[in-house]
Design a protein around this ligand. Structure first.
Ligand code: HSE
Length: 465
């Protein structure tokens, strides 16, 4: 069969290449959206990288055999015995696309113990059990690759591991949850409230029936924990990642933000406390809705799209943009990882030997394997220095703005702007934007303001980039 060189588009036959064709066998765990997309690529390699022709689906593990499916596979490939796949001596690469914590975690660990390489899209399992999984993988001399776990089809894991590895990473700022970006984009475009757009997003399939993981920011927290770990060279304890969702964002906040020159986005951020901070200084790793200047590169990322802005020294800023979910995009990342493993195996097999440590553990490519030995220190959210947006409803009385200003001042909170934008329920609505302040000071000022007799309510508090 004629093949085409992906670099130069010249036709060649396998015999010309001088490299023996080998077959790598994949055990696929899960045939949902991502599993189906992955199988479709593996079964249709024409026009893609020639190495794909050497990858075969050996077994497919399902929870139920009789469910209607979008893809027809030979019945003898299918099984509900998932353990039989991860222990099958013929399987080279286990592809875990079933999601959830268990049995995904146990199956990955079993596969690793059997000396199999693992490709996974499971951000929740990696963010919680990465330590256990990568320690086991390193001991077994196998790879665990997870490009699909963060931002679907956008290549960001491999760039962090390889293409950007000469850089000192200073910050990662991302829109890494498509559901919340879709909801916020529609609220912005239509002036609608959160609950209304969420219900519509659920009806259209853009939000899950139980939207908690997305709207509460938990999905983005898993993903930024993984990115922070790669960028800053240490493991991240997920419970230390500050996480706030979009459930309290109102149409009023979006409208006021717009008038002030901002859009509201759910941002996931990982950065050192200061640009010139020492390499072991604590990290900020956090997810929360943020007012973003309309001129910021992430401000125009709308709908279900994801984007990740990485700042590094010496590269400066580099931004990755694309589809963060969906069968095709996520499968594109899964199959790229399968190809990465197959390429390494192919070179090792062609060389006839595998480099190993004195105890026999095979050596792993240090740019692809996890080399983290310790946990990064994460700064508490109270230590964050940022700007804030606050919306107050107060009695429209002489001196009320002065009293608010004095109270902020007493707590070292300097104000950038104070605007009485309108009236609501016979009350004055006042929006304050602070200068950069320490979160702990800002919270103390708000606690004091809550005692004001002129205050009806603090309607919302958001951070400003
Ligand atoms: N629920 C996720 C999102 C899907 O909305 O981005 C991909 O992880």
């Amino acid at each position: 069969m004629r093949k085409f060189c992906p670099e130069c588009s010249q036709a060649f036959s396998p015999a010309d290449s001088g490299v023996k064709t080998v077959v790598f066998k994949v055990g696929l765990l899960g045939l949902g959206t991502v599993g189906t997309g992955t199988a479709e690529i593996l079964l249709n390699p024409a026009g893609r990288h020639p190495l794909l022709q050497e990858i075969k689906i050996h077994r497919v593990g399902l929870r139920q055999l009789d469910k209607p499916r979008q893809i027809q596979l030979p019945a003898d490939l299918l099984t509900t015995d998932l353990e039989a796949i991860v222990t099958d001596p013929e399987v080279d690469i286990v592809v875990e696309v079933m999601g959830g914590l268990e049995p995904a975690r146990s199956l990955m660990l079993q596969a690793i113990a059997q000396g199999k390489h693992v490709v996974t899209a499971n951000k929740a399992a990696i963010a919680r059990y990465g330590d256990e999984i990568f320690t086991a993988a390193n001991a077994a001399g196998v790879y665990v690759l997870l490009e699909a776990a963060v931002a679907g089809g956008i290549p960001v894991i491999e760039p962090l591991k390889q293409s950007l590895c000469a850089n000192r990473i200073q910050a990662i700022t991302g829109i890494i949850n498509g559901t919340t970006n879709y909801i916020l984009s529609r609220m912005q475009a239509e002036g609608s409230d959160f609950e209304q757009v969420l219900a519509d997003a659920q009806a259209l399939g853009y939000a899950e029936a139980d939207p908690t993981a997305d709207v509460d920011g938990l999905d983005a927290a898993d993903k930024i924990a993984i990115l922070a770990s790669l960028a800053f060279g240490g493991r991240i304890k997920l419970p230390e990642v500050y996480c706030e969702g979009i459930g309290k964002i109102s149409a009023a906040d979006i409208a006021y933000a717009e008038r002030l020159g901002f859009v509201i986005k759910l941002l996931a951020t990982a950065r050192r406390a200061a640009i010139d901070a020492p390499a072991d200084a604590p990290l900020q790793v956090r997810v929360h809705p943020t007012l973003l200047p309309k001129t910021h590169p992430l401000a125009s990322v709308n709908g279900v799209y994801n984007a990740i802005l990485i700042e590094g020294d010496p590269i400066g800023e580099v931004m990755f943009f694309g589809p963060g979910a969906g069968a095709g995009p996520t499968a594109s990342a899964v199959v790229a990882d399968i190809l990465n493993v197959a390429a390494i195996l192919k070179v090792g097999r062609a060389a006839g030997s595998t480099a190993a440590l004195p105890d026999g553990t095979p050596l792993l490519d240090p740019l692809l394997a996890c080399s983290h030995q310790s946990y990064c220190e994460i700064a508490p959210i109270e230590a964050l220095v940022t700007r804030f947006y606050v919306r107050f409803l107060v009695k429209d009385s002489p001196g009320v703005i002065g009293k608010l200003g004095s109270c902020f001042g007493e707590h070292q909170v300097s104000l950038e702007s104070v605007v009485q934008i309108g009236r609501r329920d016979q009350m004055a609505e006042i929006v304050v934007i602070t200068h950069d302040v320490r979160e702990a000071n800002f919270r103390q000022a708000l606690a004091a303001i809550e005692q004001f007799d002129l205050l009806r309510q603090i309607s919302s508090v958001l951070r400003v980039l």
